[in-house]
Design a protein around this ligand. Sequence first.
Ligand code: NAP
Length: 220
Amino acid sequence: MNVESCLLPEKDIDLSNIKRLGLMGGTFDPIHQGHLVTAEAVRTSFSLDKVIFVPSGQPPHKVEKKVTPKDKRFLMTELATITNPCFEVSRVEINRLGYSYSADTVSYFRQMMDQDGELFFITGADAILEILTWKGIDELFADCTFIAATRPGFQNQAMAERLGAQLKPEYLKKIITIEVPAMAISSTDIRSRVARGRSIKYLLPETVEQYIYKQGLYKP
Ligand code: NAP
């Protein structure tokens, strides 16, 4: 199957009656159990009606890095989330030309939601640490609350100090950290394991594992 088609339209995601929406942003190269456990933990802890996974199209902070083609990352995200009726995957960043800025994505979903709806942007704490470099942070903090997933051993205090020194206090209040033990799994480690011929079984859904092997992803 040729999945290298950017011509697929954005899916019609029904946001009627959605009051609390999570946007799960990431490169997902590849998506793994840590991401899925994070999304489900945030969904239940914050009483979200739905979590929409938004794979990055062209990450602005990865210009120098080799990233798997966006349609393959999108398809892996679809395969991984298909069994959860509260999860959806959006093509909005896959289809957008140019760099994928979260401010554009959040604004897109904000406009589709009811005025009184609440939006939560979920991603890794390491990504949030760089938030001052993101485009449109005033609009982002006006539109959503950030949920930063941390791995075991993550220095919460160091993060608070670093962001506290740079961010307005009202913005700082809109960043909530959540420790997810399953985030001990990482995409970098999975890519490295495949490259070294090591097993990745149980680190990610079997369908995604099989897709990686079938497409020959992450070979040295
Ligand atoms: P990254 O730099 O690849 O990852 C940073 C860390 O966060 C990694 O440890 C990563 O672990 C983890 N992570 C990434 N997504 C996660 C998620 N959804 N849940 C839990 N942990 C996650 O970051 P990225 O994936 O490319 O970007 C993260 C999000 O920030 C994306 O939505 C991206 O568009 C956004 N972002 C926006 C801007 C901007 O607007 N200018 C700039 C940078 C990032 P894994 O490697 O295991 O995933």
